[in-house]
Design a protein around this ligand. Structure first.
Ligand SMILES: CC(C)(COP(=O)(O)OP(=O)(O)OC[C@H]1O[C@@H](n2cnc3c(N)ncnc32)[C@H](O)[C@@H]1OP(=O)(O)O)[C@@H](O)C(=O)NCCC(=O)NCCS
Length: 171
């Protein structure tokens, strides 16, 4: 699976494996200094692959992990579990490429819609999601601790509900 060369950087997307976890965890601590997941949390997420999870890595041509993203797909809906790009690799379309892969995966799984939570003060991420058609549907107050920051809950519909083809027998 090859990404469409975001920013001409020769970035490749591939599935995340257990062997990636130490490097992913190092990047996780850079990306989310307030509330980084532990390596064990990441391992538990990976153990759901492929049944309920899909985690992907963005790798440079030199083999460096420059980003990653994860999807949970349960009960007909999907959630963006995480998405992040190394500071030095931002603004080249890697975030967009990762998000596109998660959306495509949710569509392949037949999910009706995709949810995510984002810090209300995270302008770059909110712009990315809005560019991809996500709309804010609610706020979870003080969701991020210990930073004590609200989460915006965003949603993008992926397919229309099936048409109602039956009339109720009791009507
Ligand atoms: C949010 C995040 C994943 C975006 O990653 P990214 O790789 O910079 O995303 P993109 O490059 O696709 O888009 C970012 C900007 O670059 C621009 N861009 C995209 N491709 C480009 C290209 N080839 N050349 C120049 N600019 C480009 C986009 O237009 C966008 O601009 P905007 O923010 O003004 O709308 C990244 O900022 C990040 O990791 N943040 C920290 C972790 C985080 O907050 N994750 C989200 C948790 S909910």
């Amino acid at each position: 699976m090859t990404a469409p060369e975001p920013g001409g950087a020769g970035i490749v997307l591939r599935d995340m494996t257990e062997a990636d976890l130490p490097a992913v965890h190092r990047l996780e601590q850079v990306l989310f200094p307030d509330d980084a997941w532990t390596e064990q949390m990441l391992r538990e997420e990976l153990s759901g692959q492929p049944r309920t999870r899909r985690y992907v890595i963005a790798e440079s041509s030199g083999g460096e992990i420059v980003g990653y993203a994860g999807l949970a797909s349960v009960g007909g809906h999907a959630d963006v579990q995480t998405i992040g790009v190394a500071p030095g690799a931002r603004g080249a379309g890697i975030g967009a490429t990762l998000l596109t892969e998660l959306i495509d995966e949710a569509v392949r799984r037949g999910d009706e819609g995709l949810f995510l939570e984002v810090r209300v003060d995270n302008a770059p991420a909110r712009r990315l999601y809005e560019r991809f058609g996500f709309e804010q549907i609610g706020v979870r107050e003080r969701y991020y601790q210990p930073a004590d920051v609200d989460a915006a809950v965003m949603f993008r519909r992926l397919r229309e509900r099936p048409p109602i083809g039956f009339t109720r027998e009791d009507s």
